[in-house]
Design a protein around this ligand. Structure first.
Ligand code: F6P
Length: 322
């Protein structure tokens, strides 16, 4: 193997740059040529390839976003798009690829390498932490720290005005951001897609706990079946018209910012391990870290986010927050 490429795809996440840096520098250490593909699969189709070297990844480990830019490519899901992408990889003599992204990225990578002879290894880049085969995805730790910081500030207003605040966080299909940041911020309620009918339980609990402490923080994952923070606020107002309820949707603030120390270290380890895996002839696997050790998980398994969360955590949150 003489030449590889790296790209980021799907939603950006803090730590992607640290991962790119590790991939590039490990490749250089092994005397591999390396190219970056701008805008992920879209750039593969549009021939947006740029040569990278040790210097091109200087001073990026601390930066959020991705220097390679990213996109959610619909065209790559078509036979025509994949054909064009493969032609461009061949044109640049790319023999293997490191893909940094989430579910959509790995679903596309697996389909692509089943049709065309190209080895792809993935690094989990998403704030959602919704991949099997790693304790933490790249971006998750920074995102939950951003959320905790924001909720601590909201708490000041909630407490001063005796208000109930509904805070919506990202997580289209997964409630892991809401769960972990909710525990850390001492939230009085957490509504996540993995736990059904949780709004009914919350409505009952609210009245009881309101007697002791009027202010409340309720974390809602955007993918919760309740329909999001505004819907939850409506339900609470319906049942308790005298509560002073406010909504705060944190949005894309969760995706940006300088990665935490843990993020930078994990991302560096995964990028380094991805090049090693390609050198070992591995393909269609996602690199992860489980119990501090590097793991290789087939894409087909990595994309199957577990629906059930540890019920102990939810129980603990209820006990500790009341
Ligand atoms: O996949 C990461 C994520 O941040 C989800 O939590 C969220 O639903 C989605 O991306 C938002 O994507 P976009 O920025 O494309 O609207």
């Amino acid at each position: 193997m003489k030449k590889i490429a790296v790209f980021t795809s799907g939603g950006d996440s803090p730590g992607m740059n640290a991962c790119i840096r590790a991939v590039v520098r490990t490749a250089c250490f092994h005397d591999l040529e390396i190219m970056g593909i701008i805008h992920g699969y879209e750039g593969m189709i549009n021939d947006e390839f740029v040569p990278l070297d040790k210097k091109s990844v200087s001073n990026i480990i601390q930066r959020g976003g991705t220097i390679l830019k990213t996109a959610r490519s619909k065209r790559f899901m078509t036979q025509e798009g994949m054909k064009k992408a493969y032609q461009n990889l061949k044109k640049h003599k790319i023999e293997a690829v490191v893909a940094i992204g989430g579910n959509g990225t790995f679903t596309g990578a697996e389909e692509f390498s089943n049709i065309y002879p190209i080895n792809i290894v993935g690094c989990p880049g998403t704030i959602d932490n919704d991949l099997v085969g790693t304790d933490f995805t790249i971006g998750y730790d920074t995102a939950i720290n951003t959320v905790v910081d924001a909720v601590d500030k909201i708490r000041d207003t909630a407490e001063s005005h005796d208000r109930v605040f509904i805070v919506e966080v990202m997580g289209r299909d997964a409630g892991l951001i809401a769960l972990r940041s909710g525990i850390a911020a001492g939230a009085e309620g957490i509504l996540i897609p993995e736990s059904k009918n949780d709004i009914e339980k919350l409505l009952k609990r609210l009245a009881k706990s309101r007697k002791d402490k009027a202010s409340k923080i309720i974390m809602v994952a955007e993918g919760d079946e309740s329909g999001g923070a505004y819907k939850v606020a409506e339900r609470i107002k319906e049942k308790y018209p005298n509560y002073d309820v406010r909504v705060s949707v944190l949005g894309h603030i969760q995706r940006g910012g300088s990665p935490t120390c843990m993020e930078r270290v994990n991302a560096s380890r995964m990028g380094y391990a991805a090049v090693q895996a390609l050198l070992d002839g591995k393909k269609n696997v996602m690199i992860g870290i489980v119990n501090k050790h590097i793991h290789h998980t087939p894409f087909s398994k990595a994309i199957k986010h577990i629906e059930e969360l540890n019920p102990e955590l939810l129980k603990m949150m209820e006990i500790l927050s009341m």
